[in-house]
Design a protein around this ligand. Sequence first.
Ligand SMILES: Cc1ncc(COP(=O)(O)O)c(C=O)c1O
Length: 394
Amino acid sequence: MSRIVYFDNNATTRVAPEVTEAMLPFLGEMYGNPSSMHAFGGAVAKHLDRAREEVAAFLNAEPEEIVFTSCATESDNTAIRGVAAFNGPGTKIITTKVEHPAVLNTCRYLKGRGYEVAELGVDSLGRLDLDELREELKGTNKALVSVMWANNETGVIFPVEEVAEICREYGATFHTDAVQVAGKVPVDVKKTPVDLLAMSGHKFHAPKGVGLLYVRKGSYFQPLMLGGHQERGLRAGTENVPYIVGLAKACELARKHMAEDEGRIAQMRDKLEAGILAACPDTIVNGDRENRLPGTLNVAFKYIEGEAIAYHLSDLGICISTGSACASGSLDPSHVIRAMGVPFVAVHGSVRFSLSRYNTMDEVEYVIENVPKVVKKLRDLSPFGPETKVSTYE
Ligand SMILES: Cc1ncc(COP(=O)(O)O)c(C=O)c1O
Protein backbone atom coordinates (compact mmCIF):
# COMPACT_ATOMS: atom_id res chain seq x y z
CA MET A 1 0.00 0.00 0.00
CA SER A 2 1.75 3.14 -1.16
CA ARG A 3 -0.66 5.88 -0.19
CA ILE A 4 -2.27 6.55 3.20
CA VAL A 5 -5.10 9.06 3.39
CA TYR A 6 -5.83 9.51 7.07
CA PHE A 7 -9.42 10.67 7.59
CA ASP A 8 -9.78 9.25 11.12
CA ASN A 9 -8.63 12.24 13.15
CA ASN A 10 -11.44 11.98 15.72
CA ALA A 11 -9.89 8.63 16.72
CA THR A 12 -6.36 10.01 17.02
CA THR A 13 -4.09 12.52 15.31
CA ARG A 14 -0.56 12.69 14.04
CA VAL A 15 1.87 14.23 16.56
CA ALA A 16 2.93 17.68 15.31
CA PRO A 17 6.70 17.82 14.57
CA GLU A 18 6.97 20.91 16.82
CA VAL A 19 5.47 18.83 19.65
CA THR A 20 8.01 16.01 19.19
CA GLU A 21 10.82 18.55 19.15
CA ALA A 22 9.59 20.21 22.36
CA MET A 23 9.43 16.82 24.12
CA LEU A 24 12.87 15.52 23.17
CA PRO A 25 14.98 17.21 25.90
CA PHE A 26 12.70 15.64 28.52
CA LEU A 27 13.22 12.17 27.05
CA GLY A 28 16.96 12.84 27.17
CA GLU A 29 19.08 14.93 29.49
CA MET A 30 16.25 16.61 31.46
CA TYR A 31 15.06 13.52 33.27
CA GLY A 32 14.84 14.88 36.83
CA ASN A 33 11.77 14.35 38.98
CA PRO A 34 9.91 17.66 39.26
CA SER A 35 9.11 16.89 42.92
CA SER A 36 12.79 16.42 43.91
CA MET A 37 14.52 18.86 46.29
CA HIS A 38 17.64 19.30 44.14
CA ALA A 39 18.17 21.90 41.44
CA PHE A 40 18.30 19.22 38.69
CA GLY A 41 14.67 18.26 39.48
CA GLY A 42 13.80 21.90 40.11
CA ALA A 43 14.82 22.81 36.55
CA VAL A 44 12.30 20.26 35.24
CA ALA A 45 9.67 21.59 37.67
CA LYS A 46 10.04 25.02 36.05
CA HIS A 47 9.16 23.52 32.66
CA LEU A 48 6.22 21.71 34.22
CA ASP A 49 5.03 25.06 35.64
CA ARG A 50 5.41 26.71 32.24
CA ALA A 51 3.47 23.89 30.58
CA ARG A 52 0.68 24.32 33.13
CA GLU A 53 0.57 28.06 32.38
CA GLU A 54 0.34 27.41 28.64
CA VAL A 55 -2.45 24.84 29.03
CA ALA A 56 -4.31 27.20 31.40
CA ALA A 57 -4.01 30.06 28.89
CA PHE A 58 -5.46 27.78 26.21
CA LEU A 59 -8.61 27.38 28.33
CA ASN A 60 -8.52 30.89 29.85
CA ALA A 61 -8.18 29.15 33.22
CA GLU A 62 -5.79 29.61 36.15
CA PRO A 63 -2.71 27.32 36.24
CA GLU A 64 -3.78 25.88 39.61
CA GLU A 65 -7.05 24.73 38.01
CA ILE A 66 -5.22 22.28 35.68
CA VAL A 67 -4.69 18.65 36.71
CA PHE A 68 -2.60 16.51 34.35
CA THR A 69 -3.77 12.93 33.78
CA SER A 70 -2.90 10.01 31.49
CA CYS A 71 -5.88 10.37 29.12
CA ALA A 72 -9.41 11.70 28.85
CA THR A 73 -10.85 8.39 30.07
CA GLU A 74 -8.98 8.95 33.33
CA SER A 75 -10.13 12.60 33.48
CA ASP A 76 -13.79 11.61 32.90
CA ASN A 77 -13.59 8.83 35.51
CA THR A 78 -11.90 11.13 38.02
CA ALA A 79 -14.57 13.79 37.56
CA ILE A 80 -17.65 11.57 37.60
CA ARG A 81 -16.63 8.96 40.16
CA GLY A 82 -14.85 11.62 42.22
CA VAL A 83 -17.89 13.93 42.48
CA ALA A 84 -20.19 10.96 43.07
CA ALA A 85 -17.95 9.73 45.93
CA PHE A 86 -17.62 13.25 47.40
CA ASN A 87 -21.37 13.95 47.29
CA GLY A 88 -22.25 10.42 48.39
CA PRO A 89 -24.93 7.89 47.35
CA GLY A 90 -28.25 9.46 46.51
CA THR A 91 -26.58 11.94 44.17
CA LYS A 92 -28.42 12.12 40.86
CA ILE A 93 -26.20 11.88 37.79
CA ILE A 94 -27.57 13.23 34.52
CA THR A 95 -25.82 12.47 31.25
CA THR A 96 -26.78 11.87 27.60
CA LYS A 97 -27.37 8.72 25.56
CA VAL A 98 -24.68 9.80 23.07
CA GLU A 99 -21.66 10.20 25.36
CA HIS A 100 -18.37 8.43 24.71
CA PRO A 101 -18.07 5.12 26.64
CA ALA A 102 -15.58 6.85 28.98
CA VAL A 103 -18.56 8.77 30.39
CA LEU A 104 -21.47 6.46 29.61
CA ASN A 105 -19.94 3.33 31.12
CA THR A 106 -18.75 5.27 34.17
CA CYS A 107 -22.28 6.58 34.81
CA ARG A 108 -23.79 3.13 34.20
CA TYR A 109 -21.28 1.63 36.66
CA LEU A 110 -22.53 4.02 39.33
CA LYS A 111 -26.16 3.22 38.58
CA GLY A 112 -27.32 0.57 41.00
CA ARG A 113 -24.48 1.41 43.40
CA GLY A 114 -26.65 3.94 45.16
CA TYR A 115 -26.72 6.54 42.43
CA GLU A 116 -29.67 7.50 40.28
CA VAL A 117 -28.66 7.96 36.64
CA ALA A 118 -30.71 9.65 33.91
CA GLU A 119 -29.67 9.61 30.25
CA LEU A 120 -31.01 12.46 28.12
CA GLY A 121 -32.09 11.66 24.56
CA VAL A 122 -31.34 13.52 21.33
CA ASP A 123 -33.51 14.35 18.31
CA SER A 124 -33.01 13.09 14.75
CA LEU A 125 -30.25 15.67 14.21
CA GLY A 126 -28.44 14.63 17.38
CA ARG A 127 -29.49 17.74 19.36
CA LEU A 128 -30.25 17.94 23.08
CA ASP A 129 -33.56 19.09 24.58
CA LEU A 130 -32.69 21.48 27.40
CA ASP A 131 -36.21 21.27 28.83
CA GLU A 132 -35.58 17.57 29.43
CA LEU A 133 -32.44 18.53 31.37
CA ARG A 134 -34.42 21.06 33.46
CA GLU A 135 -37.08 18.42 34.12
CA GLU A 136 -34.44 15.92 35.38
CA LEU A 137 -32.85 18.57 37.60
CA LYS A 138 -36.10 19.57 39.30
CA GLY A 139 -36.06 18.68 43.00
CA THR A 140 -32.46 17.41 42.97
CA ASN A 141 -29.88 18.07 45.62
CA LYS A 142 -26.17 18.10 44.65
CA ALA A 143 -26.79 16.64 41.18
CA LEU A 144 -23.93 15.97 38.76
CA VAL A 145 -24.46 16.70 35.06
CA SER A 146 -22.07 15.27 32.47
CA VAL A 147 -22.76 16.51 28.93
CA MET A 148 -20.13 16.37 26.20
CA TRP A 149 -19.11 19.57 24.35
CA ALA A 150 -19.15 17.91 20.92
CA ASN A 151 -19.96 14.41 19.80
CA ASN A 152 -17.08 12.27 18.56
CA GLU A 153 -19.17 10.42 15.94
CA THR A 154 -21.34 13.14 14.39
CA GLY A 155 -19.38 16.25 15.41
CA VAL A 156 -22.63 17.83 16.68
CA ILE A 157 -21.83 20.61 19.16
CA PHE A 158 -23.96 20.81 22.30
CA PRO A 159 -25.00 24.17 23.87
CA VAL A 160 -22.63 23.81 26.83
CA GLU A 161 -22.91 27.46 27.79
CA GLU A 162 -26.65 27.07 28.32
CA VAL A 163 -26.18 23.71 30.05
CA ALA A 164 -23.68 25.38 32.42
CA GLU A 165 -26.15 28.15 33.22
CA ILE A 166 -28.96 25.67 33.89
CA CYS A 167 -26.65 23.69 36.20
CA ARG A 168 -25.84 26.87 38.15
CA GLU A 169 -29.55 27.63 38.45
CA TYR A 170 -30.15 24.20 40.04
CA GLY A 171 -26.90 24.08 42.07
CA ALA A 172 -25.63 21.07 40.10
CA THR A 173 -21.98 20.31 39.35
CA PHE A 174 -21.29 20.38 35.60
CA HIS A 175 -18.66 18.19 33.97
CA THR A 176 -18.07 18.27 30.23
CA ASP A 177 -16.09 15.90 28.05
CA ALA A 178 -14.45 18.45 25.75
CA VAL A 179 -12.17 15.95 24.00
CA GLN A 180 -13.44 16.59 20.49
CA VAL A 181 -13.47 20.38 20.62
CA ALA A 182 -9.83 20.70 21.70
CA GLY A 183 -8.00 22.75 19.11
CA LYS A 184 -11.12 23.03 16.93
CA VAL A 185 -13.43 25.39 18.79
CA PRO A 186 -12.26 28.06 21.29
CA VAL A 187 -12.79 26.93 24.88
CA ASP A 188 -12.99 29.70 27.46
CA VAL A 189 -13.93 28.51 30.93
CA LYS A 190 -14.55 32.11 32.08
CA LYS A 191 -17.23 32.47 29.40
CA THR A 192 -18.58 28.94 29.75
CA PRO A 193 -18.82 28.25 33.49
CA VAL A 194 -18.18 24.50 33.57
CA ASP A 195 -16.93 23.04 36.86
CA LEU A 196 -14.91 20.17 35.42
CA LEU A 197 -13.68 19.60 31.87
CA ALA A 198 -11.75 16.73 30.27
CA MET A 199 -9.37 16.81 27.29
CA SER A 200 -6.91 14.42 25.69
CA GLY A 201 -3.60 15.25 24.01
CA HIS A 202 -3.75 12.72 21.19
CA LYS A 203 -6.90 14.27 19.69
CA PHE A 204 -5.05 17.47 18.82
CA HIS A 205 -1.54 16.56 17.75
CA ALA A 206 0.07 15.73 21.11
CA PRO A 207 0.97 12.11 21.93
CA LYS A 208 -1.27 9.39 23.32
CA GLY A 209 -0.97 8.97 27.08
CA VAL A 210 -1.55 12.50 28.34
CA GLY A 211 -4.75 14.29 29.26
CA LEU A 212 -6.03 17.00 31.53
CA LEU A 213 -8.84 17.74 33.91
CA TYR A 214 -9.81 21.37 34.42
CA VAL A 215 -11.10 21.84 37.98
CA ARG A 216 -12.77 25.17 38.72
CA LYS A 217 -11.63 26.67 42.03
CA GLY A 218 -14.14 25.66 44.70
CA SER A 219 -15.12 22.38 42.96
CA TYR A 220 -14.67 19.30 45.07
CA PHE A 221 -14.22 15.61 44.28
CA GLN A 222 -12.59 12.59 45.84
CA PRO A 223 -9.37 11.81 43.91
CA LEU A 224 -9.30 8.53 42.00
CA MET A 225 -5.54 8.07 42.28
CA LEU A 226 -4.22 8.03 45.82
CA GLY A 227 -0.53 8.26 46.64
CA GLY A 228 1.88 11.19 46.58
CA HIS A 229 1.09 14.88 46.73
CA GLN A 230 1.46 15.53 42.97
CA GLU A 231 -1.11 17.72 41.23
CA ARG A 232 -2.04 19.22 44.61
CA GLY A 233 -3.11 15.76 45.81
CA LEU A 234 -5.81 15.52 43.14
CA ARG A 235 -3.92 13.00 40.97
CA ALA A 236 -1.08 11.12 42.59
CA GLY A 237 1.82 9.77 40.52
CA THR A 238 4.96 11.38 39.10
CA GLU A 239 3.99 13.72 36.29
CA ASN A 240 4.72 12.55 32.73
CA VAL A 241 6.82 15.64 32.02
CA PRO A 242 7.79 14.91 28.36
CA TYR A 243 4.17 14.34 27.37
CA ILE A 244 2.88 17.28 29.41
CA VAL A 245 5.41 19.54 27.66
CA GLY A 246 4.13 18.07 24.36
CA LEU A 247 0.53 18.75 25.38
CA ALA A 248 1.43 22.36 26.19
CA LYS A 249 3.10 22.76 22.78
CA ALA A 250 -0.04 21.37 21.08
CA CYS A 251 -2.11 23.96 23.01
CA GLU A 252 0.24 26.74 21.89
CA LEU A 253 -0.01 25.61 18.24
CA ALA A 254 -3.80 25.33 18.47
CA ARG A 255 -4.07 28.83 19.94
CA LYS A 256 -1.97 30.28 17.12
CA HIS A 257 -3.49 28.42 14.20
CA MET A 258 -7.04 27.42 15.18
CA ALA A 259 -8.97 30.06 13.22
CA GLU A 260 -7.01 29.58 10.01
CA ASP A 261 -6.82 25.77 10.25
CA GLU A 262 -10.48 25.33 10.93
CA GLY A 263 -11.59 27.43 7.95
CA ARG A 264 -9.46 25.28 5.64
CA ILE A 265 -10.57 22.04 7.30
CA ALA A 266 -14.25 23.04 6.96
CA GLN A 267 -13.72 23.77 3.26
CA MET A 268 -12.24 20.29 2.74
CA ARG A 269 -15.06 18.65 4.73
CA ASP A 270 -17.72 20.54 2.76
CA LYS A 271 -16.16 19.54 -0.54
CA LEU A 272 -15.99 15.92 0.61
CA GLU A 273 -19.64 16.01 1.68
CA ALA A 274 -20.84 17.60 -1.56
CA GLY A 275 -18.77 15.14 -3.66
CA ILE A 276 -20.09 12.09 -1.85
CA LEU A 277 -23.74 13.23 -1.87
CA ALA A 278 -23.55 14.08 -5.59
CA ALA A 279 -22.10 10.68 -6.54
CA CYS A 280 -23.93 8.35 -4.15
CA PRO A 281 -27.74 8.13 -4.20
CA ASP A 282 -29.61 6.99 -1.05
CA THR A 283 -27.05 8.64 1.20
CA ILE A 284 -27.78 10.91 4.16
CA VAL A 285 -25.66 13.06 6.46
CA ASN A 286 -26.06 12.16 10.15
CA GLY A 287 -26.22 15.07 12.58
CA ASP A 288 -26.94 18.77 12.60
CA ARG A 289 -25.07 20.23 9.61
CA GLU A 290 -25.54 23.77 10.95
CA ASN A 291 -23.81 23.11 14.22
CA ARG A 292 -21.00 20.59 14.07
CA LEU A 293 -17.22 20.40 14.23
CA PRO A 294 -15.50 21.69 11.10
CA GLY A 295 -13.65 18.46 10.26
CA THR A 296 -16.33 15.83 10.97
CA LEU A 297 -18.62 14.22 8.41
CA ASN A 298 -20.83 11.28 9.39
CA VAL A 299 -22.64 9.71 6.44
CA ALA A 300 -25.14 6.87 6.22
CA PHE A 301 -25.01 4.87 3.00
CA LYS A 302 -28.31 3.01 2.94
CA TYR A 303 -28.53 -0.78 2.35
CA ILE A 304 -24.85 -1.58 3.09
CA GLU A 305 -22.61 -2.10 6.12
CA GLY A 306 -20.29 0.62 7.39
CA GLU A 307 -17.67 -2.00 8.35
CA ALA A 308 -17.57 -3.26 4.76
CA ILE A 309 -17.12 0.29 3.43
CA ALA A 310 -14.30 1.00 5.89
CA TYR A 311 -12.64 -2.33 5.06
CA HIS A 312 -12.71 -1.75 1.28
CA LEU A 313 -11.49 1.83 1.65
CA SER A 314 -8.68 0.58 3.88
CA ASP A 315 -7.45 -1.55 0.94
CA LEU A 316 -7.12 1.72 -0.99
CA GLY A 317 -5.14 3.34 1.86
CA ILE A 318 -8.12 5.39 3.07
CA CYS A 319 -8.56 5.35 6.87
CA ILE A 320 -12.05 6.08 8.21
CA SER A 321 -14.16 4.54 10.95
CA THR A 322 -17.60 3.43 11.96
CA GLY A 323 -18.56 4.95 15.30
CA SER A 324 -16.10 5.26 18.13
CA ALA A 325 -12.76 3.44 17.94
CA CYS A 326 -13.39 2.40 21.55
CA ALA A 327 -16.60 0.58 20.55
CA SER A 328 -15.08 -1.17 17.54
CA GLY A 329 -14.85 -4.91 17.76
CA SER A 330 -18.58 -4.99 18.33
CA LEU A 331 -20.92 -5.48 15.38
CA ASP A 332 -23.68 -3.51 17.08
CA PRO A 333 -24.56 -0.31 15.25
CA SER A 334 -23.38 2.89 16.90
CA HIS A 335 -25.30 3.88 20.07
CA VAL A 336 -25.08 7.51 18.90
CA ILE A 337 -26.67 6.95 15.51
CA ARG A 338 -29.30 4.70 17.06
CA ALA A 339 -30.14 7.32 19.69
CA MET A 340 -30.91 9.69 16.79
CA GLY A 341 -33.50 7.25 15.47
CA VAL A 342 -31.80 6.78 12.09
CA PRO A 343 -33.79 4.10 10.19
CA PHE A 344 -32.59 0.50 10.11
CA VAL A 345 -31.57 0.56 6.44
CA ALA A 346 -29.24 3.50 7.12
CA VAL A 347 -28.00 2.95 10.67
CA HIS A 348 -25.72 0.04 9.67
CA GLY A 349 -24.17 1.98 6.79
CA SER A 350 -23.01 4.94 8.88
CA VAL A 351 -19.34 5.89 8.67
CA ARG A 352 -17.27 8.82 9.90
CA PHE A 353 -14.71 10.85 7.99
CA SER A 354 -12.69 13.17 10.24
CA LEU A 355 -10.07 15.59 8.98
CA SER A 356 -7.17 17.54 10.48
CA ARG A 357 -4.82 20.31 9.44
CA TYR A 358 -2.49 17.73 7.89
CA ASN A 359 -5.06 16.75 5.22
CA THR A 360 -5.14 18.23 1.73
CA MET A 361 -7.68 18.93 -1.04
CA ASP A 362 -5.83 16.39 -3.15
CA GLU A 363 -6.66 13.72 -0.56
CA VAL A 364 -10.28 14.85 -0.52
CA GLU A 365 -10.44 14.34 -4.29
CA TYR A 366 -8.93 10.85 -3.97
CA VAL A 367 -11.61 9.92 -1.42
CA ILE A 368 -14.42 11.42 -3.54
CA GLU A 369 -13.17 9.37 -6.48
CA ASN A 370 -13.08 6.08 -4.56
CA VAL A 371 -16.04 6.14 -2.14
CA PRO A 372 -18.73 5.92 -4.86
CA LYS A 373 -16.97 2.92 -6.48
CA VAL A 374 -16.85 1.03 -3.18
CA VAL A 375 -20.46 1.93 -2.35
CA LYS A 376 -21.70 0.75 -5.76
CA LYS A 377 -19.75 -2.51 -5.51
CA LEU A 378 -21.25 -3.26 -2.07
CA ARG A 379 -24.77 -2.27 -3.10
CA ASP A 380 -24.59 -4.61 -6.10
CA LEU A 381 -23.98 -7.43 -3.59
CA SER A 382 -26.45 -6.28 -0.92
CA PRO A 383 -29.73 -8.14 -0.28
CA PHE A 384 -31.24 -4.82 0.83
CA GLY A 385 -32.51 -2.01 -1.39
CA PRO A 386 -35.18 0.69 -1.64
CA GLU A 387 -37.87 -2.04 -1.50
CA THR A 388 -36.54 -3.33 1.89
CA LYS A 389 -39.33 -3.53 4.43
CA VAL A 390 -37.28 -4.61 7.51
CA SER A 391 -37.29 -1.77 9.98
CA THR A 392 -36.46 -2.99 13.47
CA TYR A 393 -34.99 0.37 14.54
CA GLU A 394 -37.74 2.62 13.17
C1 LIG B 1 -15.51 12.29 23.25
C2 LIG B 1 -14.40 11.42 23.76
N1 LIG B 1 -14.24 11.26 25.07
C3 LIG B 1 -13.26 10.50 25.58
C4 LIG B 1 -12.39 9.82 24.76
C5 LIG B 1 -11.31 8.98 25.38
O1 LIG B 1 -10.07 9.62 25.23
P1 LIG B 1 -8.71 8.90 25.63
O2 LIG B 1 -8.32 8.04 24.50
O3 LIG B 1 -7.73 10.00 25.88
O4 LIG B 1 -8.96 8.13 26.88
C6 LIG B 1 -12.53 9.94 23.37
C7 LIG B 1 -11.67 9.17 22.45
O5 LIG B 1 -12.11 8.73 21.40
C8 LIG B 1 -13.56 10.77 22.86
O6 LIG B 1 -13.74 10.93 21.55
